[in-house]
Design a protein around this ligand. Structure first.
Ligand code: BV8
Length: 251
């Protein structure tokens, strides 16, 4: 691991343009269950992949709204962990050296922003902003649990509020995806952290960067669908290894 850490640190230090892609794993140490094991307690019998769809919301808006509000409150009560903090510090370090840094996340919890990261590209939206199903107007929700499910839209009597996330089968925000693809295509190094790398087009950013000549590095406590395609695989938890990586880059 020592040699791999040194190699990752020197790759990130040498790269002029760094892109970081994060998934649910970087929020695991903040107590937010990862997407594929998010179903606990009363949500045990549901599959997140089927619940995170427009079809599920159309079929049972109360159930889907209840699930998202449960996760939203969990995100509100969670705190950024040392992994989030290290990425915010990495951005400052690289910008301070005249390089560029782009953080692309699949997460909807806003913990990167709360840790101080800026310019975060949220490919899958944000669980704290909901929008009217009739007008499309977005609005933040109050910091306490909802009491009615589904929640009627205050903007249109026939409308409901839905979470401002991208469901399976929905297209990603075009500008955000384009910015992420442009950054990945110009990257000298891409660091993927805490994602099983099975959801597209997000996971495709790894291949885009590699095809453009970037050195790709993965941090994940298990191997993933991307492990065989990246240059450096660090089998570790993000909250432990990211601060160590930063220390090696700034000593
Ligand atoms: C779309 C928001 C156009 C909701 C989510 C090819 C091209 C394009 C589309 C597709 C394609 N093939 C298939 C598709 C369809 C689909 C897709 O990718 N399906 C997959 C499952 C096969 N994609 C789409 O539908 C996308 N839309 O492309 O539109 C289109 C439309 C129709 C048809 C074709 C094309 C929309 C995808 C977005 C879905 N919304 N989230 C919500 O959050 O509820 S995705 C969801 O999965 C989460 O956002 C999550 O972030 C994401 C990925 O999961 P991960 O983040 O990787 O989380 P996971 O639990 O899987 O893994 C966690 C990892 O952390 C693990 O590896 C674990 O080991 C690790 N870990 C654990 N602890 C730690 C840790 N790592 C570090 N430290 C730790 N301590």
């Amino acid at each position: 691991m020592e040699a791999l850490l040194d190699r990752a640190a020197s790759v990130l230090s040498a790269a002029k343009r760094v892109v970081v892609l994060t998934g649910a794993g970087i929020s695991a140490e903040s107590g937010i269950r990862t997407f594929r094991d998010t179903m606990e307690g009363l949500w045990k019998e549901f599959d997140p992949q089927t619940l995170a769809t427009p079809q599920a919301f159309a079929a049972d808006p109360a159930l889907v709204s209840r699930w998202y509000d449960h996760r939203r409150i969990g995100c509100l009560h969670a705190e950024p962990n040392p992994g989030h903090a290290a990425l915010a510090q990495l951005q400052q370090t690289l910008l301070g050296r005249g390089g560029s840094f782009t953080l692309v996340t699949q997460n909807v919890d806003r913990l990167h922003q709360r840790a101080g990261s800026t310019g975060v590209l949220e490919l899958h939206g944000n669980i704290h902003i909901w929008r009217c199903t009739r007008t499309g107007r977005e609005m933040p929700l109050p910091p306490e649990p909802l009491t009615e499910f589904p929640i009627r839209s205050p903007l249109d009597p026939a409308g409901l509020l839905r979470p401002g996330v991208v469901w399976f089968g929905e297209t990603l925000p075009a500008e955000t995806l384009l910015a992420a693809e442009e950054a990945a295509s110009a990257a000298g190094a891409l660091l993927t952290i805490g994602t099983s790398a099975v959801v597209y087009p997000a996971a495709g950013l790894i291949d885009l960067a590699a095809a453009a000549g970037a050195t790709t590095i993965e941090i994940n406590p298990t191997t993933t669908a991307a492990s065989s395609r990246v240059d450096v695989v660090l089998i570790a938890k993000a909250g432990l290894v990211l601060p160590e990586l930063l220390r090696r880059m700034t000593r």
